[in-house]
Design a protein around this ligand. Structure first.
Ligand code: FNR
Length: 228
């Protein structure tokens, strides 16, 4: 196919206000655990979020994702119970910070009007996928890119998103009836929110802090990092 039949559009920078909006969505995106309103997400809005995810980059254009929409209260109760089991196990890993850990809210499974599991089908695209031949993990990275697209679009739409990874993988697999070749990459809680934290909640609550960007940049080789 020649260059003039593939379809090209101007690639200059966005006008300043649109550029600012993109950076605003990136900077103001937050992980939401407890501030969900119960009102449902409009189907057209949800469709835009899923389209944003589906517009993501993927290795060899393999698009390994699926989107499992979880609304059924009974199913969500089982998922919440699975979270509680895993969270008790996780809490035990932090004996020095047990009180702080147990004070953290780490999911909104029952409060959020919608839960969404974004999966990666490790067979999508067949045995050989362009770009994945030497790094099989690239299908998982692709799926994470889709998640981030959705997360940023959700911020622009006023929808909060919270990622819950405190599950035994086998619990998610059995409750959602996933076949072996499908990996649950992201379990997300979604809903309208009235307010968002201005900084990561884990920072606000003293669990961690955002690292200075300058400490993370170095040139040419790992050996030249400032902390070396
Ligand atoms: C892969 C992955 C997995 C999780 C998370 C994120 C990601 C990327 N985060 C959210 C995480 O704590 C949060 O992103 C950081 O603390 C930074 O905060 P903001 O996202 O900027 O608000 C998260 N949060 C939570 O309350 N329970 C969880 O199980 C998880 N799991």
């Amino acid at each position: 196919m020649s260059e003039d039949t593939v379809g090209l559009a101007p690639a200059g920078p966005f006008p300043p206000a649109e550029r600012a909006a993109v950076y605003r969505a990136i900077r103001e995106r937050r992980d939401v655990r407890g501030q969900f309103r119960p009102d449902p997400i409009d189907p057209a809005l949800l469709r835009r979020l899923l389209q944003a995810a589906h517009d993501g980059p993927s290795v060899g254009l393999s698009q390994p994702w699926n989107f499992i929409l979880l609304r059924d209260p009974a199913l969500r109760a089982r998922l919440h119970a699975a979270f509680q089991t895993a969270n008790a196990e996780a809490a035990a890993r932090f004996p020095d910070r047990a009180a702080l850990y147990s004070s953290l809210k780490l999911e909104g499974i029952l409060q959020a009007p919608l839960n969404l599991c974004i999966t990666c089908d490790r067979t999508r695209g067949g045995a050989h996928v362009l770009g994945r031949t030497h790094d099989p993990s690239t299908d998982l990275y692709s799926t994470a890119c889709a998640v981030q697209n959705l997360w940023l679009a959700a911020r622009a739409e006023g929808i909060g998103v919270g990622w819950v990874s405190i599950f035994r993988p086998e619990d998610l697999r059995s409750i959602l009836r996933l076949p072996d070749h499908v990996v649950p990459v992201a379990y997300l809680c979604l809903g309208h929110v009235r307010e968002l934290h201005t900084q990561p909640e884990l920072q606000a609550r003293g669990w961690g802090r955002r690292l200075p960007l300058d400490d993370l940049i170095f040139e040419d080789s790992w050996d030249s990092r400032p902390t070396a």
